[in-house]
Write a protein that binds this ligand. Structure first.
Ligand code: ADP
Ligand code: ASP
Ligand code: MG
Length: 411
């Protein structure tokens, strides 16, 4: 008998009918003899609705209170699913994060799970109950409700699977697996049978929202067998695996990720002397703003230009800080651009193949897409381009790296 953690995302529990369907599915698994812990998200749109409510009170809602509120979305779905199971004769019980005691740190709105008390869940499973746990939420050591960041129910699922040493963590969603790129943008995208943790981690951190990045980190760290599947269609889904060997025969590039959430800032004409990068980025990090890509140009006339990207939500704050730095350093000007996008190609195959980046640049050149910034690591190449070319770029790269599904080719 196996112990399975199943997580159902927002669209999969988006209506009462869907919750009933999920209950049917869980019931079937249960009849197969497995122990089941189910993690659910809020009904789709609910978390956004709650955040909008808070924003009607304040543009910057108090993080603690925001967590008290947004955590209610999941509290509704756990109760509805438990009711739907009980109605079908399946013994079930629901718990909030606090009730389980999913202990987190105190960083409201982006808390990290520290520890999970598995006692209650184990007792319920022994007694034959399906345990339904609220995703996305926990409690800190002072008893404050916390949430884990958008998409955080994935992380609840994986963390529970790790704590319970489950045989598998199944992430049920509205696509039948992890694709070569977002199938909503590229209809020719193909489902991957397998992807390594390392690649999935890059894909998630570079913008593929099919799994929250922390859930992949957790799964890698605790070696949790993780699978992404469609909630209501049969199929093998995608296995996230440690095993790199088996993916060696796959193409050089496993996937293409993209992200419209960044903005670019440039400070021009700063003195080219030691310590300048620190003088520019020190105050940015002191303002709690995370920097992603950084480029410093070659100096001429003893001055240089320095460009970096931040999350779009942090753009205005970063601009204010940079203006201040610019006047202190006697820089020429600060310019910025919010209409950018980052496109990345990801694949462990890059380690053993040369010329991957130039192939990427060639494909973009053919579409006359200008590259504004470039950054590389062992298994990825990212470029920043003008946002309006994002979809064109992703499609061109998908074709250039031969990722298009055969039956779609030539369309
Ligand atoms: P859930 O509500 O179930 O958590 P999400 O909306 O968070 O679902 O994630 C699923 C969505 O992720 C898909 O509908 C798809 O548009 C998007 N997505 C982005 N990149 C990928 C990818 N590489 N493979 C599959 N889906 C992707
Ligand atoms: N309901 C939360 C969100 O919308 C968590 C999740 O769905 O994973 O971000
Ligand atoms: Mg999600």
């Amino acid at each position: 008998m196996a112990l399975i953690v199943q997580k159902f995302g927002g669209t999969s529990v988006g209506t009462v009918e869907r919750i009933e369907q999920v209950a049917e599915k869980v019931k079937k698994f249960r009849e197969g003899g497995d122990d089941i812990v189910v993690v659910v998200s809020a009904m789709s749109g609910e978390t956004n609705r709650l955040i909008d409510l808070a924003k009607q009170i304040s543009d910057t809602p108090v993080p603690r209170e925001l967590d008290v509120m947004v955590s209610t979305g999941e509290q509704v779905t756990i109760a509805l699913l438990a009711m739907a199971l009980i109605k079908r004769g399946v013994p079930a019980v629901s718990y909030t994060g606090n009730q389980v005691r999913i202990l987190t740190d105190s960083s409201h709105n982006k808390a990290r799970i520290l520890q999970i008390d598995d006692q209650k869940i184990r007792t319920d499973l022994k007694a034959g109950r399906v345990v339904v746990v609220a995703g996305f939420q926990g409690v800190d050591e002072h008893g404050n409700i916390t949430t884990l960041g958008r998409g955080g129910s994935d992380t609840t699922g994986v963390a529970l699977a790790a704590a319970l040493k489950a045989d598998e963590c199944q992430i049920y969603t509205d696509v039948d697996g992890v694709y070569t790129t977002d199938p909503r943008v590229v209809p020719q995208a193909q489902r991957l049978d397998k992807i390594t943790f390392e690649e999935m981690l890059e894909m998630a951190s570079l913008g593929s929202k099919v799994l929250q990045i922390r859930s992949v980190e957790f799964a890698g760290k605790y070696n949790v067998p993780l699978r992404v599947l469609h909630s209501f269609q049969e199929g093998p889904g995608t296995l996230i695996t440690l095993d790199e060997e088996e993916s060696m025969e796959q193409p050089i590039i496993s996937g293409i990720a993209f992200n419209r959430d960044e903005a670019k800032l440039t400070i021009r004409g700063v003195p080219d002397i030691p310590g300048v990068a620190f003088k520019i980025l020190g105050p940015i990090s002191a303002a709690n703003i995370e920097v992603d890509m950084i480029v410093q140009n070659v100096a001429h006339d003893n001055t240089t230009d320095f460009t970096f990207t931040v999350h779009r939500n942090d753009y205005q704050a970063a601009q204010r800080v940079l203006e201040q730095t610019a006047s202190e350093l006697g820089a020429r000007e600060v310019i910025g651009d919010t209409k950018i996008a980052k496109v990345s190609i990801v694949g462990v195959g890059m380690r053993s193949h040369a010329g991957v980046a130039s192939r990427m640049f060639e494909a973009l050149a053919k579409e006359t897409i200008n590259i504004q910034m470039i950054s590389t690591s062992e298994i990825k190449v990212s470029v920043v381009i003008e946002e309006k070319y994002l979809e064109l770029a992703v499609r061109a790269l998908h074709t250039a790296f031969e990722l298009d599904a055969p039956n779609h080719q030539g369309e």
